[in-house]
Design a protein around this ligand. Sequence first.
Ligand SMILES: NC(=O)c1ccc[n+]([C@@H]2O[C@H](COP(=O)([O-])OP(=O)(O)OC[C@H]3O[C@@H](n4cnc5c(N)ncnc54)[C@H](O)[C@@H]3O)[C@@H](O)[C@H]2O)c1
Length: 229
Amino acid sequence: MSGRLNDKVVVISGGASGIGAAHAEIFAREGAKVIIGDLQEEMGQDLVDTINQEGGDSVFIPLDVSKEESWNNIVTAAVSRYGKVTSLINNAGIGSGKDTESETVEGWDKCCAVNQTGVWLGMKVSIPEMLKAGGGSIVNISSVYGIIGSVGMIAYHASKGAVRLMTKAAALEYATKNIRINSVHPGIIETPLAMTMPEKYIEVFKGKTPMGRLVKWTPLSRQYFHDFI
Ligand SMILES: NC(=O)c1ccc[n+]([C@@H]2O[C@H](COP(=O)([O-])OP(=O)(O)OC[C@H]3O[C@@H](n4cnc5c(N)ncnc54)[C@H](O)[C@@H]3O)[C@@H](O)[C@H]2O)c1
């Protein structure tokens, strides 16, 4: 790989699984120091071990994105180990499988706490370190469902739509301070999260995808990248 991320220190939330794990692998292969934060400690540590065995430099720190003190802990750990934080992938997310009438306040609050509040907290806690480092880049993982509607996941849509506009607002706030903030809106990728959806919805998504299939992902196989590179 090119080493184009050699001087970067990236925090990746939800980096133990799925899209976040794929990000962690490609960032490490491009030379970045990678801090993986997740609730899933064993999976996160396994990935870190794999990355480090392959010559990367990575560490796992437990993270609950819905808790400010947990973000303070991971960013402090990143700075203490690598001296700075230059990059943040706000990737951790959960699904919600309820429509408008059947969603509960508890389910709504949980989805928004992780997908929406978690993204804001990640930016809030990381940006001061990026300013100290002279700049940085934040990528907030929203969803195609932060742009268009679908049925049966009202809280997910609310949270991912919020990520989209929160990203635009924060990007304007830091545009003159050398911090880029963007959101990404993937279609359906065959990760553990997507596979919690009812089969009937998955078939609908496949029908709406030009490829006629979901993006492939299997743990540590790099299959995810094979769809794009
Ligand atoms: N898979 C898809 O089709 C798809 C499509 C569009 C957007 N997304 C988004 O991509 C992101 C990654 O999803 P994925 O499909 O890789 O799912 P995944 O379930 O494989 O990975 C999500 C990770 O987030 C972690 N996580 C959940 N709650 C957390 C919390 N409170 N604190 C810290 N970590 C937490 C999980 O433990 C898991 O490791 C999510 O934000 C998701 O909404 C996924």
